[in-house]
Design a protein around this ligand. Structure first.
Ligand code: CA2
Length: 146
């Protein structure tokens, strides 16, 4: 039996609040709903998904580093750290595998500070503004890429 390809999904700060606050911006699905949907879609695509969420920048860096030797692709929503984190950008550079940046909201329709991404120039692609559907589309894209 061939080993299944692992896709790491990294969720940044406050995304544990998905579905519990600000549904007008982020929708009603919870983070658990998103992860469940990704695990299910991964099965259909003959992939394995592992999801990780943290509110702490260093823990996110640790998770990305840990994925370097184990995952074949990554989906990341660095949330607020998108706009500030050189540490997350530097960790993503370590990955040889394709990385898709996902944002639930259309950051370009929001405040100017959200238009800046520290990571966009080191990822393979980016999906914004499609709600949590963006995660599924990112997984489908990775299935083609890995
Ligand atoms: O649109 C996105 O996915 C963001 O990455 C979400 C971040 C925000 O800082 C980025 O600019 C865009 C915020 C995540 C916070 O998630 C919450 C979800 C529900 C309730 C409160 C926060």
């Amino acid at each position: 039996m061939t080993e299944q390809k692992k896709i790491m999904v990294i969720h940044g700060p406050n995304l544990n609040m998905l579905g519990k606050r600000e549904p007008e911006v982020y929708g009603t699905a919870t983070l658990e709903d998103v992860n469940r949907m990704l695990v299910q879609r991964a099965t259909e695509l003959d992939l394995v998904v592992e999801a990780f969420q943290s509110n702490h920048e260093g823990e996110l860096v640790d998770a990305i580093q840990a994925a370097v030797d184990t995952c074949r692709g990554m989906i990341i929503n660095p949330a607020a750290y998108t706009h500030t984190s050189v540490a997350i950008k530097d960790a993503l550079i370590l990955l040889d595998a394709p990385v898709i940046e996902v944002h639930i909201s259309n950051v370009y329709k929001r405040e100017p500070f959200r238009h800046v991404s520290m990571v966009s120039d080191v990822v393979s692609g980016k999906i914004v503004g499609l709600g949590v559907l963006g995660y599924k589309l990112a997984l489908d894209a990775l299935a083609e890429m890995v």
